[in-house]
Every structure is written in structure tokens, then in C-alpha cells.
Design a binder for this molecule. Sequence first.
Ligand SMILES: Cc1cc2nc3c(=O)[nH]c(=O)nc-3n(C[C@H](O)[C@H](O)[C@H](O)COP(=O)(O)OP(=O)(O)OC[C@H]3O[C@@H](n4cnc5c(N)ncnc54)[C@H](O)[C@@H]3O)c2cc1C
Length: 300
Amino acid sequence: MNALESRLQARFGTRLRSAMPLSELTSFRIGGPADLYLTVEDEHELMHAKAASHSAGVPCFCLGAGTNLLVSDRGVRGLVVRLGDGFKKIKIDALNVQAGAAAEFGTLVETVVEQGLEGLEFGEGIPGTVGGGLVMNAGAFGGEIAKVVTLVHGVTEAGEALALTKNDVNFAYRRTDLPRNFIITRVDFELAHGDREGLKARVAELRAKRAARQPRGIPNAGSIFKNPPGNFAGKLLEGAGLKGTRMGGAAFSEQHANFIVNLGGARAAEVRALIEMARNKVKEQSGVWLEPEVRLVGDW
Ligand SMILES: Cc1cc2nc3c(=O)[nH]c(=O)nc-3n(C[C@H](O)[C@H](O)[C@H](O)COP(=O)(O)OP(=O)(O)OC[C@H]3O[C@@H](n4cnc5c(N)ncnc54)[C@H](O)[C@@H]3O)c2cc1C
């Protein structure tokens, strides 16, 4: 680790941070420190950081906007990399859209709708970045990112540039098969022509639906569990009486049972305990073993 720190410091100076608290960088507002933390501004910097961590045998984790993560109280060992403003560009050429992986997914949706391009309206209100959305195959209201992706550009574990086709990525419900430790730098989409006013109306409709269903203004990480085939995690959790169940500073939302909210000072261990308790309770009551959608990250 010290060798990696010296090597990265030689290139990035004080931009390399140590013991960086991750709680401020996640929507849950939970999580311990990253041993090393670096924001890279272009592909060359990213390749350098990846190659250095790979050759030092130190793990490298890519943090998006942290909206689908439960980071452990002990934090993340190794290097945490975040993509900076240099990865936020959105370029439109007819029906083809290129979006930097650090662009906000919501900004992408707004931009393409404004251009009368159809296919990403489902993304209204999904927080996070384009890169995080791709990794999670983010979706809502019957749409998902997989349907409109053409190419995924990124950097491999060893620090080399690589482009993947849609088939390489092997999209499934809230999952993808990317090469190990692959960091996405840009995603290409092919959209369809649509009626701008109609698309705007659809987006407004989805925004209202979301506002009515989800807790607002209280830190959370979106849906805690994936929906099992033919059922809804929220319905199973509510049926098992979990709405409002609290452990320390964390509780299942009163508004939507598939959300855990941080009521103030919640620890990752408390959220994790709620997750395990809920899985067991739902299994007992309905025989279904729920799969977490939120990703548990770090040193547990
Ligand atoms: C209020 C709320 C509502 C939500 N609603 C929805 C919803 O309707 N539908 C839905 O699908 N999700 C939803 N989510 C979950 C979350 O917003 C999505 O999963 C989002 O796409 C995650 O993006 P992110 O940038 O925050 O990724 P992060 O949470 O930072 O990371 C998620 C995973 O992606 C990886 N990752 C991130 N960026 C990159 C990159 N550039 N290269 C490689 N790996 C990367 C991380 O390593 C991690 O494994 C919601 C979350 C919240 C808080």
C-alpha cells in the first residue's frame, strides 16, 4: 500500500487523499473511510491509477454517486477512484448519444428529452451517474438502460482501454457481467425519434408517481431488495410487518417498505442487521429469499 501511495502521490500530489470519509459521498450518509481516494479527470489519469494499483496488488473500487451502496463502518481498503468533471460530457449526433460515465443520469434524461429523443424517460428520478446506472442496469416503470445501450467504453483492471458491446455486457435484471474491476468511462446509446412535448409529459407523470411512493428528504439508497420473479419486495416486506421496524438510527420506511432510511447517525452494521432480519422474516412468512439490490461495499 505504501508503495502505491508514493507512486500515486508522485503523479497526483495532494489530490490523493488518505482516510477519506465515504459517508459524505453516499446517499445513505453512512460509511467509514477509504484508505486512499482519488478523483481522476481523464482517461490517461484513470489508466495510470488502475495500472499502479494493479501492479501493487491493491484493490481499486470505483465510486459513482454512491446512491446504491452500503459502505461498511470500517470503510474500504485500498484505493477508491471517482471520475471527475472530465467524464461528464454528453454528445448527441442524430439518434446516437455518447454520455460520460460521471454524467448524472437525470441530466442525461433531461438532455435527450429536450432533443425529442425517446428511450430514457424511465430514468426520470433515478439518482446516480451514467456509469453506476450501467453497472446496475438501472430501470423503473418497465424501462431499463440495457434496452438502449450500444457500446460501453472503459478501462480494464490492468489499465487498458476496452470497448464492450451490449452482448459482452450480458445485461439482466439489475445486473451486468463486466470484466473484473472494469471502470466505465463512457456509454453510447441509440435512441428513437419522439415527440418532445409527449416525452416531457411522460417524464412529469413518472416524477409524480415517484414522489407519491418514495420517502423524500431522508437519506436512503433506493430499493434495498430486488423484486423476486412475479412479486414485489415491498409487498413481501410490508406483509411481514417490517414497515417502521427500527434498529439504532436505521429503519424500514413507513412510506415504502423496500426502503431503509437513515434517521440520523445510522451505522452500516445496523442497516445490515435490518437487511438480514428482513430476509429471514420474509423467508419464514412467504418462502421467498430476497436478494439485496443495494451493494455492500468495504471491509465488513
Ligand atoms: C431515492 C433513490 C431512488 C432510486 N431509484 C432507483 C430506480 O428507480 N431504479 C434503479 O435501478 N435504481 C434506483 N436507485 C438506485 C441507484 O440510484 C442506481 O442503482 C444508480 O444507477 C447507481 O448509480 P451510482 O452512480 O450512484 O452508483 P454507485 O452507487 O456509486 O455504485 C453502484 C455500483 O456501480 C459501480 N460503478 C459506479 N460507477 C462506475 C463506473 N464508472 N465504472 C464501473 N463501476 C462503476 C460501483 O463500483 C458499484 O458497484 C435509487 C436510489 C435512490 C437513493
